[in-house]
Design a protein around this ligand. Structure first.
Ligand code: HEM
Length: 183
């Protein structure tokens, strides 16, 4: 996983709980905390840091992962403003992930392996099949909620199926509260 994602997790933890907490988490997982945007680091380190944060907060790993994603979206968007500059709403962000956002990430970091999302509508809901070598569908859930926050949209994100529950794949369902999505 690229260092930028570790940086985002660091920013989220530092903003809410302070530098000392971030340092404690790094100590807990035996990391020196040096994550450069261009570097690549073991996925297991990110999972361990998030699990340590979850234990400290008394929440599940899934909940902590969603929190990092939800608050992390704004941080990612502010670090890569060009990628999201002309995007007007959540549906367009999600549709742009495969076509613009993550392809641009690959131009910057050719060794990155961002996920792919297969999108289809179900009534006014959007179904997103998460395709990745990783099992970070909860991060996708959080990033989706964070993007909704950024556009002032009210949505719920649930998992129609999830590898964590033994299903073959992860399908996220994005549901807009009445009145928020005109389409
Ligand atoms: C400003 C917008 C965004 C930027 C700049 C961005 C960038 C990135 C980068 C750099 C990675 C690391 C890839 C790697 O290390 O191989 C990544 C991973 C990821 N991105 Fe995005 N992303 C953005 C928005 C989103 C949104 C809205 C979602 C929600 C669906 C999302 C879902 C993910 C997930 C789940 C991963 C973890 C890798 C995986 O599961 O395989 N991203 N993204």
């Amino acid at each position: 996983m690229k260092g930028i994602i570790f940086d985002v997790a660091a920013d989220v933890v530092r903003a809410d709980y302070g530098d000392d907490t971030w340092d404690d988490l790094l100590d807990a997982v035996g990391s020196d905390g040096v994550y450069t945007a261009l570097g690549s680091y073991p996925d297991a380190d990110l999972v361990a840091i998030i699990e340590a944060a979850a234990a400290r907060l008394g929440v599940s790993g899934a909940t902590a992962t969603v929190m990092v994603g939800r608050q992390g979206y704004q941080i990612l968007a502010s670090r890569y403003p060009r990628l999201v500059a002309d995007i007007p709403d959540l549906r367009t962000v999600l549709a742009s992930l495969n076509t613009i956002i993550h392809p641009e990430v690959l131009k910057l970091y050719p060794d990155a392996t961002p996920p792919t999302f297969l999108l289809r509508s179900d009534g006014s809901d959007l179904l997103m099949t998460y395709v990745s070598e990783r099992s970070l569908c909860r991060l996708a859930e959080g990033l989706t909620l964070g993007a909704a926050d950024a556009f002032g949209e009210r949505v719920s994100v649930t998992h129609d199926s999830c590898r964590a529950d033994g299903d073959a794949g992860c399908v996220l369902r994005v549901h807009w509260s009445d009145g928020d999505d005109p389409r």
